[in-house]
Design a protein around this ligand. Structure first.
Ligand SMILES: [Zn+2]
Length: 107
């Protein structure tokens, strides 16, 4: 019941990222909002106790929403390399689930 979530398979189908989890569930994430919600510091900016810095100006192109490759990271996250060269986005599985509108796993 509290076994760690694992990724069984991930592939791009059309304009969606299709993920199959170790428990057999599947998530489908449209690529454009996936990129717009990229969790890396470049895309999300950084906050401190005294100030919030806005992320730098986004400069998306059609290639920004095309996946070049997928790379599991450390058994807890998926690194997505986008066709425009952006490769710093590491998406924890729980974050992917929340983007898919599913509750994160407990524990
Ligand atoms: Zn990013």
């Amino acid at each position: 019941m509290s076994s760690p979530l694992a990724l069984a398979d991930a592939q791009v189908i059309g304009t969606e990222l299709a993920i199959r989890w170790s428990d057999g569930a599947e998530s489908f994430l449209p690529l454009e909002p996936l990129r717009r919600n990229c969790p890396c510091a470049l895309c999300q900016g950084e906050s401190t106790a005294t100030a919030t810095y806005s992320p730098r100006q986004k400069d998306y192109s059609p290639a920004s929403f095309v996946v070049r490759s997928l790379q599991p990271v450390g058994g807890y996250a998926l690194q997505i390399v986008w066709a425009d060269g952006h490769a710093t986005g590491i998406y924890p599985y729980s974050y992917l689930l929340s983007l898919a509108g599913e509750p994160p796993p407990l524990g």
